[in-house]
Design a protein around this ligand. Structure first.
Ligand SMILES: [Zn+2]
Length: 420
């Protein structure tokens, strides 16, 4: 906790604006200011004062007072006048780039993505590279900080311009503390204070959540889930996870574990999972399971294509299975279909529980071939109530590689604009 306090935000954007309250670091002074900023961010375009007054249902004089304060603090700026609607033309407002930058980090099991965006929500620059979370927090976060420094320099900015940092990690995060708890695929990260790791170099507050939750936030803000209030996002990669947006808000549950569908039991007699249980969805349908099944096929001589790749490289990946399937390999196609069927079975249960309006499928395995999505759709439609699936699109992610950093910047911006 003492280490954590080091990252207390000191309010360099405008003195007096950022107060430290109950361990939070809002840029804004009160709820009305927070709502104004969140509305302008959500609209992603210049917004008139009269629109803000109408949407927030607060008096014109109160809006005028708080907008004036936000402009004084550099968080809002004028952007000309709105079109005339008969009366006096209302002035337009936007969040200027000088209001600050958001640093977004998306750690996958085997990838590191970092990005900078404006507080207003514009993605400025993104960089991704292979990485391995098994290298441990010191090495991985050290590399993240190097990449962030490079991106800031390329934008002509420095660490003092960063007003918030959002981090997505591939493991269960205790929401209140932002700390990973017993992450199955992240040795060395259990209880590691990620927030404190940014304290040398950054004064900005750090917000941490699991990678699937941040991807769900990204799809909801800028992807195929935009404008939908009830989104179920599913990531299929090295692991499998779900992110739930209900009534427009990310659902974390009481400890932050909501949507952790990878460890729902798909077969009590199935293989042992990294969590120690048997037959988890993740152990049976994620990338390592797909690769393991393909290797068995290759060794048994069932698939000449997989056998050829295996003999050449000594290892097979889920991507190899996708390529073999696209070349007409029967066994590769069956492996993909089995994953789709298992994921779809679990999603059908969630559809009955949550009644989403759209299911978005992302992660590295999502691009393995059309048959995966087709099997998921088939299983969900077969096993759910017809009413729940009547208007339920099940679609691939649009943001793909940038879903995580887009969502991490949403997480950070919403966090820093929140009043306690
Ligand atoms: Zn498990």
């Amino acid at each position: 906790m003492t280490q954590w306090k080091k990252s207390i935000y000191t309010g360099h954007v405008s003195d007096g604006v950022a107060e430290v309250a109950d361990g939070r670091y809002p840029l804004v002074e009160n709820r009305v200011q927070a709502e104004i900023m969140c509305h302008v961010r959500a609209m992603n375009r210049p917004v008139s004062r009269s629109e803000i007054t109408e949407v927030l249902g607060v008096s014109r004089s109160k809006i005028s007072l708080e907008v004036g304060r936000l402009i004084g603090a550099g968080l809002l700026a004028g952007d000309g006048l709105a079109k005339s609607e008969g009366g006096r033309r209302s002035s337009l407002l936007r969040i200027p780039r000088s209001a600050g930058l958001i640093a977004a980090v998306d750690l996958g099991a085997t990838s590191t993505d970092v990005a900078l965006s404006t507080l207003g929500g514009e993605l400025l620059i993104h960089r991704g590279e292979p990485g391995d979370v098994k290298d441990g927090p010191q090495r991985v976060l050290g590399r993240v900080k190097e990449l962030l420094s490079e991106l800031l320099a390329e934008q002509g900015a420095d660490a003092r311009d960063v007003v918030a940092i959002g981090v997505g990690v591939p493991g269960p995060v205790e929401h209140a503390s932002g700390v990973l708890r017993s992450p199955p695929i992240m040795p060395g990260w259990d209880g590691f204070p990620i927030r404190a790791a940014f304290a040398d170099g950054y004064e900005a507050p750090v917000f941490v959540d699991n990678d699937v939750n941040v991807m769900a936030l990204g799809e909801h803000r800028d992807g195929v889930g935009k404008g939908e209030d009830n989104v179920l996002f599913v990531k299929i990669g090295t692991g499998i996870g779900g992110g739930i947006i209900a009534d427009g808000h990310l659902q974390r549950g009481s400890q932050g574990c909501a949507g952790d569908i990878g460890h729902i039991c798909a077969d009590p007699e199935g293989p042992v999972c990294s969590c120690g249980n048997r037959g988890c969805l993740e152990a049976m349908a994620a990338a390592p399971a797909i690769a393991a099944k393909a290797e068995r096929c290759a060794k048994e001589g069932l698939s000449p294509i997989l056998q050829g790749v295996f003999e050449e490289r000594g290892v097979l990946t889920a991507r190899d299975v996708g390529e073999a399937a696209s070349r007409g390999d029967y066994h590769a196609l069956q492996i993909i279909k089995e994953s789709g069927r298992l994921v779809g079975q679990v999603l059908a249960t969630l559809v009955s529980t949550l009644n989403p309006s759209i299911i978005v499928v992302g992660g590295g395995v999502a691009n393995i071939g059309h048959s995966l999505l087709a099997e998921i759709r088939g299983a969900v439609y077969r096993r759910s109530l017809p009413l729940a699936t009547r208007n339920l699109p099940i679609v691939p992610s649009e943001l793909d590689q940038i879903a995580g950093v887009t969502g991490a910047s949403v997480l950070a911006a919403e966090g820093v604009l929140q009043t306690s």
